[in-house]
Ligand binder design. Sequence first.
Ligand code: 1GP
Length: 252
Amino acid sequence: MPEHSTYQKLLEITGKRGSGFVMLIDPDKLPYRQIGKQIETAADAGVDAFFIGGSYLIEENFNRYISEVKRFAGDIPAIIFPGSTRQISAHADAILFLSLISGRNPEHLIGSQVTAAPLIWKLNLEAISCGYMLVESGQLTSVQYSSNSLPIPREKPSIALAHGLAAQFLGMKSIYLEAGSGAVQTVPEAMIRLLREHLDILIFVGGGIRTPEEAARKALAGAHFVVVGNFFEEGENLSRLKEFAEAIHHKA
Ligand code: 1GP
């Protein structure tokens, strides 16, 4: 059994900084040769962890890609945020072991997990269990479409809480409130607040966050980690990384 060292590290980050800042890297969007510069810039600005993953994964050599991320990330956790069971690599520090609990599609609730588990075990890769919840965000997102599942209505935080409690009772270590990549509307603060008030597990929040102010609102509402992907895929936005880090680190 692998040690839960990366999970512990995540707990330490939130203890120290209030909330942590996660940069999501999609291997299909960030070319291999640009990894080093991206990671160094992010690390200098105060990014606390990297999630790596994507919906399709056209990048052929995921293993090599993760190895390059880790080479530059140093002590900063590099965690796989898998879009499919093809996205597994021993070079990562951990993998978010996602189950799409807001949906009722058995393949995404347990099917893919059973496919992936033996390889994760063989590689001795740390698996951080995570109840993944899609939250309605204005229009149909890629993840809703491809998972063939309904999101949680954004005005119904109590439904999100019921799912979060179920995740916690099932022994999951975290939940991810997902508005979807490039979402028009982000996860409502009222929902984050309610879940933070009643749950004892880590809360990741992401989807459509494009300003430091918005990131700060998610952090202050109770997100342990704020995840930003799309916005930093535009090279010129990297100059704003520090503002995001300062906005999210409300305890620093
Ligand atoms: C997507 O929640 C993540 O799975 C991040 O969303 O790319 O919109 O920042 P963005």
